[in-house]
Write a protein that binds this ligand. Structure first.
Ligand code: ATP
Ligand code: MG
Length: 490
């Protein structure tokens, strides 16, 4: 059963129940009013006849003599045209007199009613008769405080029953019509109300079928519940589309990145197979090419692995790291790759920070590798280490192509590459600087970039010094002039 029919069914069921309760209450109230009216009339008639007989002070036969209505002068006058019939019985249950209405059928007086009248009690009852139900009041007639007869006042309930039957019929017809109308109305309302959900489901189905995440749901009213659901679903789709596109780009980037060094390595192996083994010059060239590609591949795989780990919440070590030895290690590792540029070490203070040595080395390598890549032949790449106040500045400076000002704010984003055409030799996946930023943040440091197109770039990693070194340094530098602080930091 669909949601629409469930909602319609439940609403109609509740309303039908409400109608039923209302109908039953009205019916019962009307029935009580009508029956009370008849009962009051009967009691009033009985009281009247009883008191008139008591005032007359005559024996029963003389007052109610004969069997005709003429023998009941007062009651007949008073009840002429009234639906009430009256009969008088001897204490032994034999009828003495009655109004004409009783003649055909005769009032019934059963033994219990008679017994209770003889004990001076009045009894009211409803009885079936040939013409429908009858209500009657049986009461004693007393003379000198002795029960000398029994008075029965009765009235047919045909009119009351007919009125109640008509009322039931009206309720039944009107109620059925109301229920049908309610069903049609509610079913339309739920259909309209649930239309946005239908649209959401249809759009979701289309997205799944066509694998097209760019589709969106039309939002009629963004402020109601369904509008909010549609807006949130659209936001979710936009987010999924973004993630999906990033993933697609990453897969394309990664496969491209892996393919380039692998193709280069295959080329070099081919050269070796064709006879370079016997040519020392060609052999050394091919081997160093191979070595370079292996290093590049290794770096890329490490970067990707690290990126995956950061997503999963990687644990950083926290130990003293001597940055001066670290910078030397980076220098030595990169020297074979920096044949076309002059790789050098500038100032090299001694400094220790608390952190993860491998990660810090990875950050330095990424920065230096970028510098080497973006510096043309005969340019210079300088690695330096300076202590400034309570911080240490790890710097990589190049005399390369520089970074345009509009590109600068984006370079730390994941997979961002200024040159998207991938034609540039040695282009990366655009994750190196994102990793540097992540590592710097994890060490509670900051990263600063200064760059001029055509002149070169300078990346500075600012890290807090290890506490012991910090104290030593503070006492040493107390009187030394302070150095200007960097302007732009990430
Ligand atoms: N020293 C630099 N000189 C000029 N441009 C740079 C320099 N360093 C980074 N960039 C620019 O910033 C972009 C992002 O650098 P990042 O290191 O994140 O990616 P990548 O070097 O392209 O790829 P990957 O490092 O993942 O191999 C680079 O594509 C490049 O355009
Ligand atoms: Mg890089």
């Amino acid at each position: 059963m669909t949601l629409r029919y469930r909602l319609t069914f439940i609403s109609v069921a509740f309303m039908t129940l409400g109608l039923l309760i209302l109908g039953l209450t009205l019916y019962s109230a009307e029935r009580a009013i009508l029956l009370n009216g008849v009962r009051d009339d009967l009691v009033r008639a009985t009281n009247q006849i009883q008191s008139q007989y008591a005032q007359a002070k005559k024996p029963l036969e003389r007052y109610f003599s004969g069997t005709s209505i003429s023998l009941l002068p007062v009651p007949n006058e008073d009840f002429e045209g009234s639906p009430i019939s009256v009969a008088v019985f001897y204490p032994n249950g034999v009828r003495l007199a009655a109004t004409p209405a009783f003649m055909g059928e005769g009032p019934s007086l059963d033994s219990t009613e008679l017994a209770s009248a003889l004990e001076k009690n009045s009894v009211m009852s409803t009885k079936p008769s040939a013409y429908g139900r009858t209500m009657q009041v049986v009461s004693p007639l007393t003379f000198d405080n002795t029960v000398v007869g029994v008075l029965v006042a009765s009235q047919s309930l045909r009119t009351v029953d007919r009125a109640l039957d008509t009322l039931s019929l009206v309720f039944l017809i009107a109620g059925s019509l109301t229920i049908v109308l309610m069903y049609l109305g509610i079913s339309q309302i739920t259909k309209r109300g649930l239309r946005p959900i239908d649209m959401i489901a249809n759009t979701a189905e289309q997205i799944v079928r066509a694998e097209d995440l760019s589709r969106r749901i039309a939002v009629a009213n963004p402020h109601d519940e369904l509008g909010r659901l549609a807006t949130i679903t659209n936001d979710l789709l936009a987010r999924m589309e973004g993630l999906f596109n990033t993933q697609k780009r990453l897969t394309a980037d990664v496969s491209h990145e892996l393919r380039t060094p692998l193709a280069a390595m295959r080329g070099n192996l081919e050269v070796l197979r064709r006879g370079a083994m016997h040519n020392p010059e060609l052999l050394s060239e091919s081997l160093s090419d191979l070595e370079r590609e292996v290093v590049r591949l290794n770096r890329l795989v490490n970067d990707l692995l690290f990126l995956a780990q950061t997503e999963a919440g990687v644990q950083m070590r926290s130990e003293p790291v001597e940055l001066d030895t670290l910078i030397l290690e980076v220098f030595r590792e990169l020297r074979p790759l920096a044949e076309h540029v002059k790789l050098q070490i500038g100032s090299e203070d001694q400094a220790t920070v608390i952190g993860d040595r491998d990660r810090l080395k990875q950050a330095m390598l990424n920065l230096a590798y970028n510098a080497i890549q973006h510096t043309p032949d005969d340019g210079t790449v300088t690695l330096s280490l300076e202590r400034v106040g309570r911080e240490v500045a790890l710097r990589v400076q190049d005399t390369g192509e520089g970074i345009p000002a509009d590109v600068l704010p984006h370079i730390f984003q994941r997979f961002y590459r200024a040159d998207k055409s991938r034609v540039r030799k040695g282009g990366g996946a655009g994750i190196g600087l994102a990793i540097v930023k992540w590592i710097t943040d994890a060490h509670r440091g900051t990263i600063e970039v200064r760059s001029n197109v055509g002149e070169g770039s300078m990346f500075t990693l600012w890290l807090p010094l290890a506490p012991a070194t910090d104290r030593l340094l503070t006492s040493q530098l107390r009187d030394s002039p302070s150095q200007p602080l960097p302007v732009i930091r990430q």
